[in-house]
Write a protein that binds this ligand. Structure first.
Ligand code: ATP
Ligand code: MG
Length: 461
């Protein structure tokens, strides 16, 4: 069963510069000096005691032991194995660092769409860099585009500049899709003398960050490229959650509540709320669970019929007849099979999805008209209102710790990594591991079944 043990390796500067000499950390840990009772065995001397993270510290990815494969259900990777051991590098400040702060020029870039908490992460990266003693910190405006577009000059950052940026949503630096090639970005980094790059973005941005890391290695540049995963959809593999998700669920509830009030106050009212989730229905599922006001939750991972005796529309009729009103929540990626495939792509090459929210709204109106039953259908799409929010308290904390750990990771000499939270511990992952495919809601998981229990919806197939 040892086959099920797996460790993640993360790239380190000594992989290409074996002789790279570390220096003592300039990040001062203000930890309580231990007392004798803290140690069962030998008491460390003042020189030995520091409280920094050891490079061999590891976090266990899976912390559950199933007593049988049947109780593991879909949660177990292998049906013949009731446990899986996966270890991840623990994040945090190291005693020895591989960059002299006075030689560092750090850059921060934010790409893709907006997500609550971007400013919190930017702010914390800047603050932590300054604590290490870094003087040259810049923001690259409007995503990777800022590396190539003439007329977009880098933004000097300091604690003073970022002090209050977390009080508003959006990104201080601006975001964009598309932009220059990886080799143009690395050319620009060389030209500007950037040797630490912090990249805030989703799967596309991280694919870019990993390519930048590889290109820097190919050119034998002493550079650290560290990502902070930004996905409001919470669709990054292996992480407990990503920043912005909590805020999104909280804000989504407001939209659901409005839809509920509209539906409830109308004669035969039906409220439809479209939420984010291109590939994964985490926001829709969690907002349904949190609000307790959803009768039907539709997500991309779970197929359903609209028409027919087992379809969504027939169930809506049943709800109208029995409860007088109904509220639906649909993830944006749900029901794509009902829409004509568009071949359109955005500037980054992502497929543009059809709008299922509008489609189901029209189909619902049409259906009730056909069967001669009055229905008052209201449609709410709160996407942009949610994305532009400032982070809530729990996301604020997550962003702060991720930002700090991104800087600790860069100073520790790691590159091509991203930061995350696993089983409540903060960790570093190799980028390719977490972006190989989007994390999805498992239709066989306990959480989806809890959601179905709370909405009371049947199977629509
Ligand atoms: P979101 O979750 O908001 O979509 P994202 O990071 O996935 O965030 P994208 O628009 O897909 O957003 O990509 C952001 C940036 O990353 C763009 O500038 C794009 O050019 C670049 N990018 C995307 N995929 C790759 C790739 N495979 N290699 C290099 N760069 C990439
Ligand atoms: Mg993406």
């Amino acid at each position: 069963q040892r086959d099920f043990e797996r460790r993640f390796n993360i790239p380190h500067i000594t992989d290409i510069f074996p002789d790279a000499d570390p220096i003592p950390s300039t990040f001062c840990l203000k930890m309580r000096t231990p007392v004798m009772e803290d140690f069962a065995g030998g008491y460390p001397s003042d020189e030995e005691w520091h409280g920094y993270i050891n490079k061999n510290d590891r976090v266990l990815l899976k912390v559950i032991h199933y007593s049988s494969p049947t109780s593991a259900g879909a949660e177990c990777i292998d049906p013949n194995c009731t446990w899986v051991e996966q270890w991840v590098h623990r994040a945090g400040p190291r005693e020895k660092i591989y960059f002299k702060p006075e030689e560092v020029k750090a850059a921060i870039v934010t790409c893709g769409g907006l997500c609550p908490g971007l400013n919190d992460v930017i702010r914390q990266i800047v603050i932590t860099l300054e604590i290490y003693g870094v003087k040259k910190i810049v923001g690259i405006p409007f995503g990777y585009r800022g590396f190539s577009d003439e007329g977009l000059s880098e933004m000097p950052l300091s604690r003073k500049v970022v002090q209050n940026v977390h009080l508003s949503g959006g990104s201080l630096l601006g975001v964009s899709r598309g932009g220059p090639s990886v080799s143009d970005i690395v050319d620009s980094m060389e030209e500007r003398g950037i040797n630490m790059l912090f990249v805030l973005g989703g799967n596309g941005t991280h694919a870019g960050a990993n390519a930048i890391h590889n290109e820097c290695r190919r050119r034998r540049m002493r550079v650290a490229v560290v990502g902070v995963p930004k996905t409001i959809d919470n669709d990054i593999l292996m992480m407990d959650k990503t920043f912005g998700f909590d805020t999104a669920v909280e804000e989504a509830q407001r939209a659901i509540n409005s839809a509920y009030i509209e539906a409830h106050s109308a004669y035969h009212g039906i409220g439809i709320v479209k939420l984010m989730g291109r590939n994964s229905g985490f926001i829709a599922m969690h907002a349904s669970l949190a609000s307790g006001q959803i009768d039907i939750c539709l997500i991309p991972e779970v197929p359903f019929h609209l028409h027919g005796p087992l379809g969504v529309l027939r169930h809506l009729k049943f709800l109208i007849e029995t409860k007088g009103s109904a509220v639906l929540c649909v993830a944006e990626g749900a029901g794509q099979n009902f829409l004509g495939r568009t071949n359109a792509t955005d500037a980054s090459g992502n497929t543009v999805l059809g709008d299922f929210g509008v489609h189901i709204q029209q189909e619902t109106k049409k259906y009730f008209k056909e069967i001669g039953v009055h229905a008052d259908v209201k449609y709410i799409d709160p996407t942009y209102m949610i994305r532009a929010c400032r982070a809530n308290a729990s996301d604020g904390i997550l962003c702060t710790v991720l930002g700090q750990n991104a800087v600790h990771g860069a100073f520790a000499g790691y590159s091509g990594i991203t930061v995350g939270i696993c089983n409540t511990h903060y960790v570093y992952f190799p980028i390719p591991e977490v972006i190989s495919y989007p994390r999805a809601v498992d239709p066989n998981s306990r959480m989806w079944h809890r959601c179905l229990t709370s909405t009371g919806q049947p199977d629509f197939v």
